[in-house]
Design a protein around this ligand. Structure first.
Ligand SMILES: Nc1ncnc2c1ncn2[C@@H]1O[C@H](COP(=O)(O)OP(=O)(O)OP(=O)(O)O)[C@@H](O)[C@H]1O
Length: 365
């Protein structure tokens, strides 16, 4: 199902300092500007709630306005006018409605409003743990290959069971081989999907980086699937049984997959400047959006928090140019109106809607 993504209306209640905000007049690119602490990031968090039923920072408790029992976000999507509604309470209760009807799982919800966040935490993609990079990769595979999620779930179940068995510490060889075999099937499939996706992603990433940072031409991405590439997954698991039993967990497999970014053969995380890292992160996120659109899965919406930080004017402008060229829906924050207004390509300024955020109120300028 291609995502019908452009948000045309948004209503936010009790998200941090946004007590009651109604946004109409949204365009493809929506800029939220205002002083520190005014509520700009909270608008992005509210949209993230709408698409994924959770925030991208902190717990749900911290997201709900102090003293209120729950927060609510309601949105209208695209020409089909699909409505999305999310309510989350401090106590953890979640209510999700699509087109007025309740839905049960977040996996169903995320197909309606695929989101990419670019913020200070996005640096984790380069400098954080492999988990952040697997999450990045899996987001992409999930949105272009719909058979992936089923295999991903099977694998998660399988590895949990196998690890529990290993932790029991007894040599239950028959039982262990049952779980090993089921893990082999889902693990190989999961890995094939990831690898195929990664191979599609690389040329898009290179092409975008050539525009964003031509001086980083030596940038290279490598995928590691989580076990020796000379071996089948079965062979790799069999080779590790003794270590698995001794330490009580499965050592090899897609749960150890990673993406390495190198610049002229050196680890990018240890070599690139902060600004260069941000450009590389933008390149990774933009490449995913482009690939999603090219594979007919619709467009993802970009939530970009404080684009100008870490970037000089020239590079802010280059990121804006890429976002404009993709024709993707964008919600972007900055302190001063002119930060984005002046960086956006002159020929695409008609796509911009400017909103001033002040003490939790948002007004269209
Ligand atoms: N649960 C909450 N209830 C009420 N207010 C909150 C809650 N959590 C945070 N706030 C306040 O909400 C305001 C909005 O924060 P937000 O992070 O959206 O600001 P911002 O405009 O993005 O600021 P900056 O430019 O500094 O990043 C802040 O003043 C913050 O102290």
């Amino acid at each position: 199902m291609p995502a019908d993504v452009c948000l045309s209306r948004l209503q936010i209640s009790h998200v941090r300092n946004l007590e009651s905000v109604k946004l109409e007049g949204l365009r493809r690119v929506n800029v939220f500007y205002g002083h520190n602490g005014s509520g700009k990031t909270s608008v992005l968090e509210a949209i993230h709630m709408l698409g994924m039923a959770r925030s991208f920072r902190g717990s749900i408790k911290s997201l709900v306005t102090h003293g209120e029992p729950h927060c609510t976000v309601f949105g209208v999507l695209g020409p089909a006018k699909t409505t999305l509604g999310i309510q989350r309470s401090r106590s953890g209760e979640v209510k999700i409605k699509v087109g007025g009807s309740p839905i049960r799982t977040v996996a169903e919800l995320v197909e309606y409003l695929p989101l990419q966040v670019i913020n200070a935490d996005s640096f984790d993609l380069l400098t954080g743990s492999p988990g952040a990079r697997r999450q990045y990769l899996d987001w992409g595979v999930f949105h272009v290959e719909h058979r992936f999620f089923d295999q991903w779930q099977r694998f998660q179940r399988g590895i949990k069971q196998r690890n529990q068995l290993l932790r029991r510490g007894k040599m239950l060889t028959d039982e262990l081989s049952v779980w090993t075999n089921s893990l082999v099937e889902s693990g190989e499939a999961l890995s094939r999907y990831r690898e195929a996706y990664f191979n599609l992603l690389i040329p898009r990433f290179k092409q975008i980086m050539a525009q964003l940072a031509p001086s980083l031409g030596g940038l290279e991405l490598r995928y590691r699937r989580g076990w020796d590439k000379q071996l089948s997954y079965k062979e790799a698991l069999d080779g590790c049984v003794a270590a698995d039993l001794e330490q009580g967990y499965t050592h090899v497999g897609p749960q150890r997959a990673d993406i390495r970014m190198l610049i002229n053969g050196h680890l990018a995380a240890e070599t690139l400047s902060r600004g260069q890292q941000k450009l590389a992160v933008c390149g990774l996120k933009l490449a995913q959006g482009q690939l999603m659109t090219e594979t007919g899965r619709g467009q993802c919406t970009y939530l970009v928090d404080d684009l100008p930080s870490e970037l000089d004017r020239e590079h802010s402008g280059l990121v804006c140019r890429q976002l404009a060229a993709m024709k993707a829906p964008v919600f972007i924050t900055c302190v001063h109106k002119k930060d984005i207004e002046s960086a956006w390509p002159p020929g695409d300024k008609q796509d911009l809607a400017m909103f001033h955020v002040e003490h939790g109120s948002v007004s269209l300028q």
